[in-house]
Design a protein around this ligand. Structure first.
Ligand code: NAD
Length: 354
């Protein structure tokens, strides 16, 4: 089994350096047969060869069984590099990674802003407002005059159906509740289509309860009664925003793992961005990328019916939880003084490989 690894930008190299030794140790101890192939991507690739997703990286991703990537900080790129392909756009459109799965949960020993939360946001990942990836050709954003800027938001029945199905299937393996979040009171056609489609798919899952919330109210309900939510299904931008809210309510954006899943490829990538404010200082929390890597193993285990991959994911999650349970291990985002590297070493030491 081959995984492509791309560090990308900002804190990418440091969280990757804390994560990969844990994966390698699991690979060796459990004989998983995973081969890691490091590829260039992001600003470093731009500086070295003038492309943000070099052809060699694209080819390696095509041949890989899974991909682990760091965050992409295009907002900080120089102007010419900003015009180049956004590596996130490339991965999500090239592999049609339509489901961005973003869990958030409170954990023993981790200071949180709410008492209890254990939910998963299933975010549609290829449509919505994302102008650089929601069109077949051209951009979803354009300026008819220098004083007018327009953005097209795309919602399709097919896109809504497949994300809804992913959400209901996820809920079936959890507490059997789906909450769809939309703005159909105002966006009557686009979110109306999303709402109606999710409701129709819901009829295929009679054992799963379906509720709905308008997105602005959803933010209030998530703060007021976070323990009630199991799976949230929503469109692209709403999912992006709500998942940052939920991960921060559960303790920190640095805890927020995620996978981007399509029919043929799965990419592990933390929910957060490149965090330029702390990059290179050893202050970042690698938990999000560690958990993303666990989610990749778990998802590939499910797809290939390989119990050893599921077992490796379970060991990774247990080690991370064990380390987080002791505040002495916490990085600054959780109020502690540990370093990125120190946290990674603690997780390595906490792996139960007997
Ligand atoms: P961000 O997520 O990078 O940072 C928001 C805040 O959270 C910052 O204070 C940061 O220090 C903190 N933070 C993030 N990850 C952390 C971690 N692992 N440990 C501790 N603290 C952490 O959001 P931003 O500052 O708005 O964006 C920076 C860049 O990242 C932008 O270029 C943006 O476009 C990009 N971005 C990329 C992705 C992605 O690649 N998936 C996602 C979001 C933002």
């Amino acid at each position: 089994m081959k995984f492509v690894v791309m560090e990308n930008d900002g804190i990418g190299p440091e969280i990757m350096a804390a994560t990969l030794p844990v994966l390698r140790r699991l690979n060796d101890a459990l004989g998983l047969g995973i081969e890691l192939q490091h590829c260039l991507g992001g600003l470093k690739a731009w500086e070295q060869i003038g492309e943000t997703v070099p052809q060699a990286t694209r080819d390696a991703c095509d041949a890989a069984d899974g991909v682990i990537v760091g965050p992409v900080g295009t907002y900080e790129y120089p102007d010419e590099a900003r015009q180049a392909t956004n590596p996130n756009r490339f991965m999500r459109t090239h592999f049609d990674l339509f489901a961005n799965v973003r869990p958030a949960k409170t954990r023993p020993g981790v200071p949180a802003r709410v008492d209890h939360m254990d939910l998963v946001i299933v975010r549609e990942n290829t449509e919505g407002f994302y102008a650089d990836r929601n069109m077949f050709q051209g951009s979803g954003e354009f300026m008819p005059t220098e004083d007018v800027a327009l953005s097209v938001r795309k919602i399709t029945r097919q896109g809504s159906e497949r994300i809804a199905r992913h959400a209901f299937q996820t809920a079936q393996e959890r507490r059997k509740k789906v909450c769809m979040v939309h703005k159909a009171n105002v966006l009557k056609m686009t979110d109306g289509l999303f709402r109606d489609t999710v409701a129709v798919v819901g009829r295929e899952f009679p054992g799963v309860e379906l509720e709905e919330l308008i997105v602005d109210a959803a933010t209030a309900h998530l703060v007021r009664r976070p323990e009630d939510f199991d799976v949230i299904v929503t469109t692209n931008a709403f999912g992006d925003i709500l998942s940052d809210l939920c991960s921060e309510l559960s303790g920190s954006l640095g805890l927020a793992g995620s996978i981007n899943a399509g029919a043929g490829q799965v990419m592990a990538q933390a929910q957060h961005g490149s965090a330029p404010d702390i990059a290179g200082q050893g202050k970042s929390n690698p938990t999000a990328l560690l958990l993303s890597t666990g989610m990749l193993l778990e998802e590939l285990g499910r797809r290939t019916s390989r119990n050893d991959l599921a077992q490796a994911a379970g060991k990774l999650y247990a080690a991370v939880d064990g380390v987080l349970a002791d505040p002495v291990n916490h990085t600054p985002d959780l109020g502690g003084g540990n370093t990125t590297d120190g946290f990674g070493r603690a997780v390595l030491g906490a792996l139960d490989l007997d």
